[in-house]
Design a binder for this molecule. Structure first.
Ligand SMILES: *Cc1c(COP(=O)(O)O)cnc(C)c1O
Length: 374
């Protein structure tokens, strides 16, 4: 069969991507009817979600969750634009696309911003940050991505959190692709604002993100936002004052699906059990891929269980698009590479995906590699 014909076939497939990702049938089922938004039943679900998110984020009290319409980036932009005051200064630790995006957002909003870019293949350097904080007393806020989805690298949250705490800076973490699938206690890690979204490790569908912070931190950011629809404080105030009411049209179907996803996270055994499954997924993937001759971009010690980058094969007839199409036909969707200096592709191991699925994937990629067009 020619690759052209393969493209036309719409078969069901498993998403081996970092969001949207494969969700359970029961999560999808929740969206198969119309849901109202303007009453107590709905607001109670929103309130329950908010308190469940707080419980996932820390065992300490005094924290609160705000849900925000849009994809994850909208919540990042909402946080950056609502938290940093006019006379504040932000330093962003950059080692990939998502760190660069925070810088781009801050620049667009006219926020005084500098970055420390360690390159895509190295983690942020805690010493470089400490040095900068001693040199530049204007800095008020530090932002970093936890799992840099560009490569799959897990950044040093503990070390950077300690530095932020020691220097008394506000610490903002984009934990989009790790929250719910990696144990995090934001209080212990000195994280002031933690951002994630519905369609990553909690295994909901895309449509909203959320921001976790202390009540006192939220109270401190009134009237700072540079945007109306992305005003984090106003959004929080509305949810607080009206027991779970959204300011503007809420993504009702996505919220219902997310409530189910949270229930299923608990049924699986919580974040610890999910983290273990993702770890086994990733190990099954890497063992199988290495047996087929593929090489990982990152050292194992820098690698998360969320997504893994592999170097593209070097033989002359390799072509990502063709591999992608063949794998899609076999029921698996992979992800292109995003690293600027290396030719890679990526495979996600989060979502309703299990080690046995990765075993099947390895068989599929093995046959796809030796596929000959006739
Ligand atoms: C997915 C992701 C985002 C948000 O991306 P959207 O496409 O806006 O949902 C932000 N940061 C990281 C690290 C991510 O993995």
């Amino acid at each position: 069969m020619q690759a052209k014909e393969i493209n036309k076939i719409e078969n069901p497939y498993l998403l081996l991507t970092p969001g949207p990702l494969s969700t359970t049938q029961s999560v999808k089922q929740k969206m198969l009817r119309d849901w109202c938004t303007w009453d107590n039943d709905y607001n109670q679900i929103v309130q329950q979600i908010r308190s469940q998110l707080v419980r996932l984020a820390t065992s300490q009290s005094g924290y609160t969750a705000t849900l925000m319409q849009g994809s994850g980036t909208f919540s990042v932009e909402s946080t950056i634009g609502s938290v940093i005051p006019e006379d504040g200064k932000l330093v962003v630790l950059v080692n990939g696309e998502y760190g660069r995006r925070i810088v781009q957002i801050a620049n667009k909003l006219g926020i005084n911003t500098i970055d420390i870019d360690s390159g895509e293949l190295a983690p942020p350097d805690p010493q470089a940050l400490s040095k900068l904080l001693l040199q530049d007393e204007q800095i008020t806020h530090i932002a970093m991505v936890h799992c840099e989805t560009t490569t799959g690298m897990l950044n040093p949250l503990t070390e950077i959190g300690e530095i932020a705490h020691k220097h008394n800076k506000v610490f903002i973490v984009d934990a989009m692709s790790s929250f719910g699938g990696t144990a995090i206690d934001m209080a212990e890690l000195h994280i002031d604002f933690l951002i994630s979204s519905a369609n990553k490790c909690i295994q909901g569908v895309p449509g909203f993100g959320f921001v976790l912070a202390k009540h006192s931190s939220m109270n401190a950011i009134a009237n700072r936002s540079r945007s109306v629809s992305l005003d984090l404080y106003d959004q929080w105030r509305c949810m607080e004052d009206n027991q779970g009411k959204w300011r503007f049209t809420s993504p009702t179907h996505v919220v219902r699906a997310f409530a189910e996803a949270l229930k299923e996270l608990e049924a699986e055994g919580g974040v610890g059990a999910r983290q273990q499954r993702y770890y086994e997924n990733q190990r099954t993937l890497v063992t199988g891929m290495q047996r087929l001759g593929f090489e990982c971009l990152l050292d194992a010690k820098l690698q998360s269980s969320i997504i893994t980058s592999f170097y593209s094969p070097q033989h002359a007839d390799y072509n990502f698009k063709r591999l992608y199409d063949l794998l899609k036909l076999k029921g698996f969707v992979i992800y292109p590479g995003k690293v600027s200096k290396a030719d890679c592709f990526r495979i996600g191991t989060i979502g309703d995906v299990w080690p046995s699925d990765l075993d099947k994937f390895i068989k599929a990629i093995e046959t796809a590699m030796y596929w000959k067009d006739d």
